[in-house]
Design a protein around this ligand. Sequence first.
Ligand SMILES: *[C@@H]1O[C@H](CO)[C@@H](O)[C@H](O)[C@H]1NC(C)=O
Ligand SMILES: *[C@@H]1O[C@H](CO)[C@@H](O)[C@H](O)[C@H]1NC(C)=O
Ligand SMILES: *[C@@H]1O[C@H](CO)[C@@H](O)[C@H](O)[C@H]1NC(C)=O
Ligand SMILES: *[C@@H]1O[C@H](CO)[C@@H](O)[C@H](O)[C@H]1NC(C)=O
Ligand SMILES: *[C@@H]1O[C@H](CO)[C@@H](O)[C@H](O)[C@H]1NC(C)=O
Ligand SMILES: *[C@@H]1O[C@H](CO)[C@@H](O)[C@H](O)[C@H]1NC(C)=O
Ligand SMILES: *[C@@H]1O[C@H](CO)[C@@H](O)[C@H](O)[C@H]1NC(C)=O
Ligand SMILES: *[C@@H]1O[C@H](CO)[C@@H](O)[C@H](O)[C@H]1NC(C)=O
Length: 436
Amino acid sequence: MLFVLSFLGIYLTEAQKVSGFSLELIHRDSPKSPFYNHRETPFQRLRNATSRSFKHANRFDRKSASTTNATDAQSDIISDSGEYLMNISIGTPPFPILAIADTGSDLIWSQCKPCILCYEQQAPLFDPRSSSTYEDVSCYSRQCASLDSSVCLAWFGIDSCLYSVSYGDGSFSNGNLATDTITLNSTNGSAVSLPNIVFGCGHNDLGTFDEKATGIVGLGGGDNSLISQMGDSIDGKFSYCLVPITSSDNNSLSSKIHFGSNANVSGSGAVSTPLVAKDPETYYYLTLKAISVGNTSIPFVGSSFGTTEGNILIDSGTTLALMPEDFNSKLVSEVSKQIDEVPIQDPEGTFDLCYIADSNFKPPVLTVHFSGADVKLSSLNTFVPITEKVVCFTFKGAEETAIYGNLVQANFLIGYDTQKQIVSFKPADCATCNFF
Ligand SMILES: *[C@@H]1O[C@H](CO)[C@@H](O)[C@H](O)[C@H]1NC(C)=O
Ligand SMILES: *[C@@H]1O[C@H](CO)[C@@H](O)[C@H](O)[C@H]1NC(C)=O
Ligand SMILES: *[C@@H]1O[C@H](CO)[C@@H](O)[C@H](O)[C@H]1NC(C)=O
Ligand SMILES: *[C@@H]1O[C@H](CO)[C@@H](O)[C@H](O)[C@H]1NC(C)=O
Ligand SMILES: *[C@@H]1O[C@H](CO)[C@@H](O)[C@H](O)[C@H]1NC(C)=O
Ligand SMILES: *[C@@H]1O[C@H](CO)[C@@H](O)[C@H](O)[C@H]1NC(C)=O
Ligand SMILES: *[C@@H]1O[C@H](CO)[C@@H](O)[C@H](O)[C@H]1NC(C)=O
Ligand SMILES: *[C@@H]1O[C@H](CO)[C@@H](O)[C@H](O)[C@H]1NC(C)=O
């Protein structure tokens, strides 16, 4: 069965709405991912993920340091950012691509034929000429005008809207801004078909892109993201449930992303906090008031994102919970005070607090106090194994940055309601639960 909906909410009637659907979110280090390296231990994978985390975080940091300008919201993205992949199809007939799901960017793009100067890609290239629904976006269209980085090529009968995305590390993607049908295979077996989705068809993409991924699906809050383009048809709602990193080696367990009514987060244990609208609108800003360690509350003093509202970003593509240095040292000192054992050094110097994971190791409970929402973390969120015997604290100091990364988000159903402007958290067992 094929569900068709328009991304222009105003043209939708109630009947055309999909009630909801869900997709698998493939962790890039899980066995289903082409990035999976079976020779690496789960500990090496975690190391790699944390080092990617810092690169990824840099883009947010530089943005916040300067006077923010939505025009260059895309420009600081590092090219291989994002920890999760989504299997989607472009065109008619549907052509599958495995793209990086990125809550920190907006534009969807993929490499396209003819690829004049492109990075090596293992999977076949999408050929726009073989899709009956592909159309270049006109220079004079609303879509072209809404993309800040667009350039018009219009003379002698040519009418092309060109996009350009450049990344902090010098990588870039250039090509035609186009529309085509995007098909998503719902985990319940139905295909959801989204006509006229704006995306970048890249003909000139160079830099440090990985040959295993074939593009990016932007899930940010800006106009061109998949979320914004689906708009009213999903009531502006999506949610995800990330399985803990310690389970990501298990092929039968996978994280999920839900859209529309499948993305409702309610019932016992659900708490909500306001989404704070700020520049750039791509990022999802929340307000952090304090973090409690056992019964001791440590007030959050703010970050480069602000001292009050919208002082922290929530991002699935960052691994650790990155905190301003001052706040983090208070947090680390309180956590270690409440653990009876003697901390050990992380030999690689990445983590701020590590312990031998023996039966005496009992970490205190951390509660994250977002504005209006207290989120009680489990020890799975706060300490991760870096060797067979050693566990380390998942919060880390990073100058003035504050990012609520994916390790602390594991085993919560996290819902984004972009119409009500709230983010909700509900404790869940993401590996076994079958919500919908
Ligand atoms: C899958 O979900 C869609 C949208 O909610 C629903 O209409 C459809 O009946 C479901 N299909 C199956 C096979 O359950
Ligand atoms: C993505 O979908 C294609 C087509 O259905 C399939 O061959 C491939 O195995 C899928 N990849 C992953 C990582 O699930
Ligand atoms: C992990 O990092 C090492 C060293 O940088 C690299 O050789 C390896 O390919 C990385 N593994 C993955 C799966 O990215
Ligand atoms: C953003 O940058 C553009 C181009 O540099 C400039 O025209 C615009 O005024 C800036 N907007 C803000 C809000 O600073
Ligand atoms: C979606 O499912 C169809 C039918 O099973 C399959 O042919 C197609 O490759 C799938 N696409 C993706 C992206 O998984
Ligand atoms: C993978 O997860 C399933 C479902 O929870 C479980 O039954 C199975 O034992 C796990 N496999 C491994 C290798 O841990
Ligand atoms: C989700 O919420 C919407 C509106 O709040 C409601 O109409 C819908 O029935 C809910 N869906 C589920 C699966 O609970
Ligand atoms: C926290 O406070 C409660 C109630 O005041 C008390 O019962 C509990 O022992 C305290 N826990 C710690 C770790 O101090």
